[in-house]
Ligand binder design. Structure first.
Ligand code: ZN
Ligand code: ZN
Length: 411
């Protein structure tokens, strides 16, 4: 018996609670959600209570109100964050509650807004949420990012369709990417996660010293990896030893680069929706890990601001491998939403590093820095993969191993 789309949405909500967060009995759950997606948040809350959740608490947001604020609020409000917003995140992260982020925004919601306001608000937010972000990066609480369609997002992805068709199509793509197909969604996800783990294990066994990227788009870069780094992907273990999946969907295996050891040219192959603006046709020149030059056909100022929010923003924090031949990539759709677009393509992120270094939980920030981890209040993924991407791994013995050939894993 095939399930209708309402039943599949329930399966998705259940998957997020069971595999995404692996919520335990008596744990609280915080959900951040656009008001437009309240019906889906309710499905998640139902699934959470079914799993024995102590209490579901909400953090609502709304694109239209956000835009009104950026256009009309008094100028100095963009230099600080309301203390209760900081408290909310600090409290739930400290107690180890589950954090479900339903991320769905109009990719161009902030078009035409004064970029200085965006950049100041981003700085204030980054500073206020420092504790939360560190706990998140160290998996001290289970967190999961997911997406569901909103009117504006669906219309941006499928501009030629009417609103209802666009939303239906986007739902279909999301459910397919999450392997919610009417069967046992939790088992499907586990199988997929195991396949990601297979690549993780091979990469960890090679323990590469560096990766060399090359493609016809113009990327030609050498990326050093820190001593003691490890790759991760799919399920990860929280600080309490319970596995969770931080992104659903996900197709990536990732680690951190060595902060001062990236040299060459990196050319993006997909636009980046950042802070409500679309940045297109961009590239970076990188020397000793630092971005020394930026070019973008569209949105260059937003990009320059993004890499300038602090010192670490002009260095890199993530190296992620995604086969060109993956479901999201094969859909050929530009989602204008990082959760999807980053899973269609090999990518890097500038800004804060995931501390994927053995023993990181017992290292101070200074020790992690010494190992080559980058620190920043920002973390922005951008895509570089292509059908002709070649990545070669160099071992500590100088052996050259094909990692990617023609855009896909060589193993
Ligand atoms: Zn990533
Ligand atoms: Zn990332």
């Amino acid at each position: 018996m095939t399930k209708n789309v309402e039943e599949l949405k329930k399966d998705y909500a259940d998957l997020l609670i069971r595999s995404g967060l692996n919520l335990r009995k008596g744990q609280r759950l915080a959900i951040s959600c656009p008001v437009e997606c309240a019906d889906f948040a309710r499905l998640c809350a139902e699934a959470a209570y079914e799993a024995g959740c102590r209490e579901v608490i909400m953090s609502w947001n709304d694109d239209a109100l956000t835009r009104l604020k950026y256009l009309h609020a008094e100028d100095d409000v963009f230099d600080s964050v309301n203390p209760w917003e900081k408290d909310f995140r600090d409290i739930v992260s400290e107690e180890g509650a589950g954090w479900l982020a339903i991320y769905a925004e109009d990719p161009e919601n902030l078009r035409g807004v004064d970029p200085d306001r965006i950049s100041r608000a981003q700085k204030a937010h980054g500073k206020a949420m420092e504790k939360f972000r560190q706990r998140e990066m160290r998996s001290e609480f289970p967190w999961c990012v997911c997406s569901v369609p909103t009117d504006a997002w669906a219309k941006a992805v499928f501009p030629d369709m009417d609103k209802e068709d666009a939303k239906a199509c986007l739902w279909e793509e999301i459910l397919a990417a999450c392997r919610v197909d009417g069967g046992d969604a939790v088992q499907n996800w586990k199988d997929h996660s195991d396949e990601l783990q297979r690549h993780v294990q091979i990469l960890n066994e090679y323990n590469f010293k560096e990766l060399r990227y090359k493609n016809s788009a113009g990327t030609d870069v050498t990326v050093g990896l820190p001593e003691g780094h490890f790759w991760a992907g799919g399920e990860e273990n929280g600080a309490d030893g319970r596995p969770f999946s931080a992104n659903i969907p996900t197709e990536e295996v990732f680690t951190l680069p060595k902060r001062d050891s990236i040299n060459g040219t990196i050319v993006a192959t997909r636009p980046l929706a950042h802070n409500g603006t679309l940045i297109e046709g961009f590239s970076f020149e990188v020397k000793d890990g630092k971005i020394t030059d930026v070019h973008a056909e569209k949105g260059e100022q937003i990009l320059r601001d993004a890499i300038s929010v602090d010192e670490g923003a002009s260095y890199f924090g993530e190296v992620a491998l995604v086969p060109y031949d993956s479901p999201i990539s094969n859909s050929g759709i530009l989602f204008m939403n990082t959760l999807f677009d980053e899973n269609a393509s090999c990518h890097f992120a500038f800004g804060e590093a995931y501390p994927n270094i053995y023993g990181a939980e017992n290292m101070s920030e200074e020790e992690l820095k010494e190992r080559g981890a980058n620190f920043s209040m920002t973390h922005v993924d951008f895509m570089v993969g292509s059908s002709d991407m070649t990545i070669t791994g160099i071992t500590h013995d100088g052996e050259e191993v094909p990692v990617f050939v023609n855009g896909n894993f060589a193993f």
